[in-house]
Write a protein that binds this ligand. Sequence first.
Ligand code: RIB
Ligand code: CA
Length: 324
Amino acid sequence: MTRLIIDCDPGHDDAMAILYAARHLNLIALTTVFGNTSLQNATRNALAICALAGLDVPVAAGMSEPLVAARSTAADIHGHSGLDGATLPEPTRAPDPRHAVQLIIDEARAHPGELTLAPIGPLTNIAVALKTEPRLAHWLKGITWMGGSTTVGNITAMAEFNAYCDPEAAAVVFASGVPIHMAGLNVTRQAGIGPEHLAQLAATGGPVGRCFAGLLGFYLARTREIFGLTHASMHDPCALLPLIRPDLITHQPAPVHIELASAQLRGMTACDLRRVNAESARTVHPNARANAQVAVAIDGPAAVDHVIRTLLGYDERAAQPAGC
Ligand code: RIB
Ligand code: CA
C-alpha cells in the first residue's frame, strides 16, 4: 500500500484531509509548514488533530517562511489559531525532533518508490527537500497537491493561496520531474460544505463530530462573510481523491507554468489545457511538455459526502462496545 506523508498548514480543510487519509491510506507522518497560520500554530494544530483522532504518527515541523516571498496568512478564514471554532484536545506528545525536510528525505530513502507526498499548503518544505537531496525526485512515487487553479484565484484575482504563498517553491516542485497530481480551485470549489453537513456531524454526539461541527461552523461563517457563499470549499481532501476515490475526480496531463515576475499575476498556475502537440509552434517554451496531471472535473457533492461519512465513522467506531 502507498506510504503517505501529508504536508499541511492546519487549517480547517487540512484537518478534514488528515482524518480522511488516516482512515483510507497508510498515513505514516505529518509535516507542517507556514501558510494558513504560523508554523508554530500549524504544528500545534496538527498534534491536537492527532490527539482528537487518536493518530499516533510523527509530526515534524518544517519551514516557517517562504523561499523568497513575504509570508502570507489566511487568519481571516481560519482564525488567529489557524483552527478557530472549537476547543481541540491538548497535544499529548511533542513534535518529531527532525525537521520536516529531513523526515521526508529519510522516509523516501528508506522506501524508494513507495512514498507519496500530499502537500496541502505552500510547497516550501517539498522544494527545500528536493534541493537538499536531489535524489529525492527519483525516490518519490509521486506528489498530490491541493493548490493552483486552471481558472481564477482566491487570494488574488488569478493566484490560489498555496501557490501564492511561495511561487518559487512551486516552480521548483513543478520542474522536478516528480509525477504530480494537482487539485486546484477549479475543482475544489465544486466540493462545498454546507449547513446540512454540520448537522450530520453535530448529531453524532461524539468528540470528532462535535469538534468538526464547531470547526466547520466557523469556517462556513467566515466563508459566508468574506465571499458571500452558502457553502465552504472542501479544498484539501480533494488532493487525496486520486488515491482514495479516483472515480470522483478527472485529471488531464498539462504543462503548468508558475508565474513569478508579474506583480498582478504572481503565483498564478497557468495550465495549458489545449492539448496541442508539444512539437508544434503553438507551444509556449520552456513548458511545452506536460509536467502535471491537472484536475479538470470532480463530483463535488459525492466527494464531500465520502469525507463527511469518514469523519462520522470516527465516533461510530468509538461508540462500539469493546470487542466489536
Ligand atoms: O486555497 C486553498 C488552500 O489554502 C487550502 O489548502 C487551504 O487550507 C489554504 O491553505
Ligand atoms: Ca491547507
